[in-house]
Design a protein around this ligand. Structure first.
Ligand SMILES: NC(=O)c1ccc[n+]([C@@H]2O[C@H](COP(=O)([O-])OP(=O)(O)OC[C@H]3O[C@@H](n4cnc5c(N)ncnc54)[C@H](O)[C@@H]3O)[C@@H](O)[C@H]2O)c1
Length: 338
């Protein structure tokens, strides 16, 4: 595509994260334009289009895909719709940014990868932690040999409390498919070229024990063994009362990198009660730079016609295979060989 032409982006799904991504394209990226929004919920696409001064809004994805001169789409619908919409967008020849998880089964992951490949369109998946400054510097330190050979890795996701969602409305296994999937991608990415060989997971409902017997999980711990001998631990909880807490750590033969800080800034308040800090409360505040950088990278990929940095469909499949092993591990109370 011509170098000076803005990449025309269509947003599919105008919910919480879709609205934020739409705002990023419309207001935070200079070489992309948000030209259309689709969402079947009455008024959702039109409402966001009005707010962001986008001319076209649709309730049907097919109509958005037929929008003239559309180069790329962002898929930010609930997870269960991702694969079918992705395949539809690939068949329409659009470059694709798909929120995680790209698929809920390996068959669907393969279908998505094959559709993008045969259409020859770039496919990037929303593992935004890779663009967070601390995490990207951590990966650079590992690549530079600064910590030697990775031996122990950790990644954790603690969503901010109080937990206000209705557990009955959260699909079963969300903690693996949608929360810890970030940690699985992070651990794979921070352990370059290592392959996971065994997964053990335990999960429970500690935040909402009243839903424990309904298959709901809000707390989980996962161990992953890799073929380079390293061992990783991932953990998640849906209710950290002190804020949105995302951290990573890689300990190696020559040192360690740690990444992530729940504190918003270096400001400390010293008063009669002691010393205190403000903390992150929302993902869209904590990761505003990372979310923006991942879409800037996607726009660059659309211009080039291929993903040269950033997680692809294959990365999404690799993280999904760990999530699926976790589900099997919890169900069978056993370690699962990959
Ligand atoms: N990377 C991250 O940090 C991050 C953060 C939040 C959410 N997510 C992911 O983004 C996805 C969306 O999450 P959310 O919290 O924004 O959900 P949400 O429920 O707030 O929004 C989903 C929107 O999609 C719309 N929708 C439903 N079916 C559709 C269809 N067939 N076509 C078009 N739109 C459709 C709904 O009407 C709704 O407006 C999930 O997969 C979630 O895991 C990722």
């Amino acid at each position: 595509m011509p170098k000076n032409k803005a990449v025309n982006v269509g947003l599919i799904g105008a919910g919480r994260i879709g609205s934020f991504h739409g705002e990023t394209v419309a207001r935070r990226l200079v070489d992309a334009e948000l030209v259309a929004i689709a969402d079947p919920a009455p008024g959702a696409a039109a409402g966001l289009a009005g707010k962001l001064a986008v001319e076209s809004s649709y309730t049907d994805v097919a109509d958005l895909l037929a929008h003239p001169n559309l180069d790329a789409v962002i898929i930010a619908t609930p997870a269960r719709f991702h694969t079918n919409i992705l395949v539809q967008a690939a068949e329409a020849g659009k470059a694709i940014f798909c929120e995680k998880p790209m698929a809920l089964t390996l068959e669907d992951a393969d279908r998505a990868i094959a559709a993008a490949r045969s259409a020859g369109v770039p496919l990037q998946v929303g593992f935004n932690r890779r663009w967070d400054q601390a995490f990207s510097e951590g990966r650079a330190a590992i690549d530079g040999g600064r910590i030697g050979t990775p031996q122990l890795l950790r990644s954790l996701t603690r969503d901010p409390g109080p937990f206000g969602a209705d557990p009955a409305k959260i699909p079963q296994w969300t903690i693996f498919y949608e929360t810890l999937i970030h940690d699985f991608d992070t651990l794979l990415w921070l352990n370059p070229n290592a392959k996971p060989v065994e997964v053990t997971a335990v999960a429970d409902a500690l935040v909402r024990p009243d839903f424990a017997d309904k298959g709901f999980h809000d707390t989980a711990v996962v161990t992953i063994r890799f073929d380079n001998g390293s061992i990783a631990v991932a953990e998640a909880n849906f209710c950290a009362m002190y804020g949105y807490d995302i951290r990573g750590e890689v300990f190696g033969s020559g040192g360690m990198v740690t990444m992530g800080d729940v504190r918003r800034s270096s400001m400390r308040l010293f008063d009669k009660d002691g010393v205190s800090s403000e903390t992150w409360r929302r993902d869209t505040d904590h990761f505003v730079h990372g979310y923006t950088a991942q879409l800037a990278s996607f726009v660059t990929a659309v211009r080039r016609g291929e993903i040269t940095e950033g997680p692809t469909g294959i990365d999404a499949r690799n993280a999904l295979s760990i999530a699926l092993a976790c589900i099997e591990s919890v169900s069978r109370k056993a370690a699962i060989a990959l």
